[in-house]
Design a protein around this ligand. Sequence first.
Ligand SMILES: NC(=O)CC[C@H](N)C(=O)O
Length: 195
Amino acid sequence: MKIGVLALQGAVAEHIRLLEKAGAEAVAVKKTEQLAEIDGLVLPGGESTAIGKLMKKYGFDTALKEFAAQKKPIFGTCAGLILLAGEIDGQDWVHLGLMDIKVARNAFGRQRESFETDLPVKDVAEDFRAVFIRAPLILSIGENVEVLSEYNGEIVAARQGHLLCASFHPELTEDERMHVYFLRMVEQYQAVKAN
Ligand SMILES: NC(=O)CC[C@H](N)C(=O)O
């Protein structure tokens, strides 16, 4: 299985390392042509507005909508989650808008800009070390979206079919269980397509 990590800006090498630890072949994706060679894609953390601008510049805005339409799974972490969201609270700029979720950027306030905590993540772990860095929150979800994790009653990880997202940074830990979960999703969708 070959998984790409969108390498326009942000925490690319960290995702590649954990995807490999989880058992996949992982590549940095810099050109839209590479999307044809991969079975799933990670959108890393970073600065979502910067990644959004570069996505538009290099044609990833339309190419990734086609990628998702082929039911190839996408996993967005932090800024990647913001790029996947259908709606960004109070903001209007180019992003993918693939998931039926509304998000707020930098939602944890100044004192809590960065922190770590152990959270249960459904079907992944009871005690996943969640690293939050100027993290977004999911304010609301559509009926096809499944909540995977909450922190203080706020949604911080979710899944909608072949789309997965987390406000925190699993790639900044040594724990590959969330990446293993994503690889299982990719396998499921490959099996669906083969039938
Ligand atoms: N660690 C991150 O990815 C931070 C996301 C960033 N605060 C944004 O809004 O894009």
